[in-house]
Write a protein that binds this ligand. Sequence first.
Ligand SMILES: *Cc1c(COP(=O)(O)O)cnc(C)c1O
Length: 425
Amino acid sequence: MERFSLRSKKYIPDKFYNIKADLDEMPKPPLHPVTKEPLKPEDLSPLFPEGFIEEEASIERFIEIPEEVKNIYSVYRPTPLIYARYLKEYLDTPAHIFFKYEGVSPTGSHKTNTAVMQAFLAKKEGIKTFTTETGAGQWGSALSYAGQVFGLNIKVFMVRISYRQKPGRRILIKNFGGDVVESPSNLTESGKNFLREDPEHPGSLGIAISEAVEMALSDEKYKYSLGSVLDAVLLHQTVIGLEAQKQFEDLNLDPDIIIGCVGGGSNFGGLSFPFVGKMLRENKKKIKFIAVEPKVCPTITKGELKYDNGDSAGLTPLLYMHTLGKDFVPPPIHAGGLRYHGMAPLVSHLVKKGIVEPRAYEQDEVFEAARIFLKTEGILPAPESAHAIKAAIDEALRLKKEKEEKVILFNLSGHGFFDITAYDR
Ligand SMILES: *Cc1c(COP(=O)(O)O)cnc(C)c1O
């Protein structure tokens, strides 16, 4: 096949897909951090917009995408489904490799998909400010873009090590009009506690979440926005998989293997869930789903499945998920977006059910895969996305040995232009 890229407005879906409608057993519910009772929607009201809480609790199969949100999506969606002809030729494999390229979004990653929807919901309810955390800055910049689109203030707590190592996205946040500070900061009690422990604390996503949550709770015009992990975030990300399904329909093809990298689980869930749902409903074709993480932050390959807080200070609800423990501070690897101690409960659930296969790679082999991809397909991948590339290459080479002509689809969740110094090192 020639290298081609499918991109036409008709692929943008009208509705998000909710995988909970197709699960025969529900994941265990989130618990209140103090009472340890199942969380009631009103428990979340101080923290999140009502519309978001409704989506989080919904078990409807499809949830309408508002017209205003679809209009903003059309700035960069549908994202292209690209046939990786040159990677295939380089690997000399009979497998067909496709990738969905989310790097064409205004901030270079899939995170804009949920940022735009969350900012829309907040604006509709008259909320003035969103507080949030960001690791490498992908989420902070995505939410700042969305805030600017709908006229919301965005206050970002950025993990210190990334704030210093990766100025690119900090600058992008500011240019979108967001307000960004190093975390731990002295703006919150949780931040101050960590700074007392270590004035040069490198920070972690868990700590930054504590700070953003604390600030959101301090003022009723403030709400908090989370860029991954929660059911509603994964719901918004299903635009990726729904588009891919329509694009594959037009090709008269079906993927046999679907791969994504996992930090909190949103780009993987977004691409894979519509396909998981179809597989569960039709009970016909067996698809192999692979979730890839770094070996130094092995949440689903080594973590325990249990109730744990989403943040380090213990302010957030308890989620039933694979976790390395809320106090785990992962080593500073280049794939900053994959440094999170927990996993989306929905992804954890599918791992437990044996539907999703967890896999972990070392940083060096991931960068080697990224360089091969850059040279063959001409796109500099985000170090996070390169984990998915590595798995796609391994699968393609396995299929070469087995002489099988299968279809591989992976999510290229973002580009690596802001991570260029990581390639230098
Ligand atoms: C944030 C990010 C990730 C990891 O987050 P998920 O919620 O697991 O998707 C992966 N890739 C890129 C490019 C990111 O920005």
